[in-house]
Design a binder for this molecule. Structure first.
Ligand code: NAP
Length: 543
């Protein structure tokens, strides 16, 4: 029987908590930590609940070799505390997981947040009591907490997708999922290892696993566009030089134009192909995801995007020695950037190593996992360990895993049976006083999720503060406002190339999941939600 090797939190023993408070915050990743901080500052009694043994969210769980951020560390940081910004020093351009986890831990200690959080505790149920206007939150530790408000900061990529590969349970060796990596170092040296999945996690871990393994077989279903990170240590001079860029970015966060698709995306002039190519060369050399900012219409105009795709395919052909492998690694059936672009360190070159092999599951489907390895339609692979880099039940998975019963007794999962719906990506009609941090219908995973979390936490805090000041106890979106917002979210996506890929953005990676494009890719989201608040929370019913 194969085991899925993972961290099993030490539940230890503690008496169940029976308590009342103002707000329960579920999750202690970057969204939850900041929510706990801000709501406590507002003077509210807050209880945080976290399934992991420590803070950090995705950075607690994703300990796979090669895990690091895909946004420069200097930007992948909170903006809300100038002291924090000054006292924390990132060591690399793209920080690795241990350093990002240390940052989250530092924030928890620096702002004394840990004592407010129940770790190793998973929320199982949350029930709305209409008469009492409160949520009763229950956990797998027997806790029962009554709170007037719930803030779900459960993360967009926190429920691993573990595909039902036929025979997987028979495999005799260890099976690891990148999103639930063990805490101890895994030594692959001398082993025959397979990685299934070539999204961001696979692309980051494959070169690292290849360094140790005796043989590495990569099973790829869909090739991904990946660009070099060009990671490097950060010197003091680098940090000083980045200051104006960071200041400009922070300023831009407040701009009405801030958003993924620029205002001139649909009619911006684009230079000739050679000039486009030259720009891509420059950005490729620079490294990171800058390629997506090359032209304002790169995500809206197929002709512009096609050149970028050709450029990356050309690069792959230039790096990978074996033409057939290069061909298999080249994405051809979807535009660049409409699945999260991968940022790698030596990914494509890894396939030039003699002990690394790519298996294209499109031409050679995986038929079963056996006691000793993997079988495809044409071959058998003997393996000692298996790595699943197969992604997540994204954006809705963690919310649907809890029994959240709203005003009419229906669960959130039932309410979302045909696809998720949330007004502004923040609240769901029928679920009063329940806020979702970076929920479906908000920009969330498009861009810098830490800043998306900050934006929502600040909006929620201001909303609760304003309600308190006005003696209001209940807030819920109007169904019509929510419907109109989701229609707008769909319309915004339809104006772009995003829907042209089977991405987790639209639930396409999970069998049976309704296809709804979940992130908001329109313009000026921050400005819009700020205005809605200013106009007395338009589209919400408060009382
Ligand atoms: P992902 O992008 O969903 O990739 C999962 C991979 O597994 C895909 O190649 C997928 O193929 C494959 N797969 C899934 N089920 C399979 C099956 N049954 N058989 C064969 N292959 C299968 O997941 P991820 O790589 O974990 O990344 C998810 C997101 O997390 C990223 O898009 C990013 O936002 C975030 N992330 C960020 C970083 C970072 O750099 N900071 C690192 C890791 C993750 P198909 O494409 O054909 O479905």
């Amino acid at each position: 029987m194969s085991r899925l090797e993972q961290t099993s939190p030490d539940h230890g023993s503690r008496p169940p908590l029976v308590a009342e408070c103002d707000v329960v915050v579920v999750g202690a990743g970057f969204g939850g930590l900041y929510a706990i901080y801000r709501l406590r500052e507002l003077g509210l009694k807050v209880i945080g609940i976290e399934a992991a043994s420590d803070v950090g969210g995705t950075w607690y769980w994703n300990r796979y070799p090669g895990a690091r951020c895909d946004i420069p560390s200097l930007l992948y940081s909170y903006t809300w505390s100038e002291e924090l910004r000054r006292e924390w020093r990132w060591s690399e351009k793209y920080a690795a997981q241990p350093e990002i986890l240390r940052y989250a831990q530092h924030v928890a200690d620096r702002f004394a947040l840990r004592s407010l959080i129940r770790f190793d505790t998973r929320v199982t149920d949350a029930d709305w009591d209409e008469a009492a206007e409160s949520w009763t939150v229950r956990t797998d530790r027997g806790d029962c907490i009554v709170a007037s408000t719930c803030v779900m900061a459960t993360g967009n990529l926190s429920v691993p997708n573990k595909p039902k590969l036929p025979g997987l349970e028979r495999f005799h060796g260890p099976v690891y999922h990148t999103g639930q990596w063990p805490h101890q170092e895994i030594d692959f040296s001398g082993l025959r290892v397979a990685v299934i999945g070539t999204g961001s996690s696979g692309v980051q871990t494959i070169p690292m696993v290849a360094k140790a393994a005796r043989r590495l077989t990569v099973f790829q279903r869909t090739p991904n566009y990946s660009v070099p990170a060009r990671n490097a240590p950060l010197s003091d001079a680098d940090i000083a030089a980045a200051e104006p860029v960071i200041a400009k970015y922070r300023e831009s966060l407040e701009s009405p134009e801030f958003g993924r698709v620029p205002a001139n995306a649909f009619d911006a002039p684009v230079p000739e192909r050679d000039a486009q190519w030259a720009r891509y060369e420059q950005l490729w050399e620079q490294g990171g995801g800058g390629i997506l900012t090359a032209f304002p219409n790169i995500l809206t105009d197929a002709a512009v995007n096609d050149v970028a795709c050709d450029f990356v395919r050309d690069k792959i052909r230039g790096i990978v020695n074996d033409p057939a492998t290069a061909e298999a690694l080249s994405p051809k059936d979807y535009p660049l950037g409409v699945k999260r672009i991968c940022i790698d360190t030596g990914y494509f070159a890894t396939y030039n190593l003699p002990h690394v092999e790519l298996v294209d599951l499109r031409t050679e489907p995986l038929t079963s996992v056996t006691e000793t390895g993997v079988e495809t339609a044409t071959r058998s692979f003997t393996l000692d360990a298996l790595v699943l880099a197969t992604g997540y039940d994204a954006m809705t998975g963690a919310l649907a895993a809890m029994q959240i019963r709203g005003r009419n007794g229906a669960t959130l999962k039932e309410a979302w049976a045909d696809g998720p719906s949330a007004y502004l990506g923040l609240m769901v009609s029928g679920f009063p006083n329940l806020f979702v941090v970076t929920g479906p219908g908000s920009p969330s995973v498009i861009g810098n999720v830490i800043h998306a979390c900050e934006n929502h936490v600040e909006w929620i805090t201001a909303c609760l503060g304003s309600m308190r000041a006005r003696g209001l106890t209940r807030i819920e979106p109007e169904p019509d406002a929510e419907r109109a917002w989701m229609a707008h979210v769909a319309d915004a996506a339809s104006r772009t190339l995003y829907p042209k890929a089977n991405s987790w953005y639209q639930g396409a990676n999970i069998a049976g999941k309704p296809r709804v494009f979940m992130p908001y890719v329109g313009q000026g989201y921050r400005h819009r939600i700020a205005q809605i608040a200013q106009r007395g929370y338009e589209g919400f019913v408060l009382r």
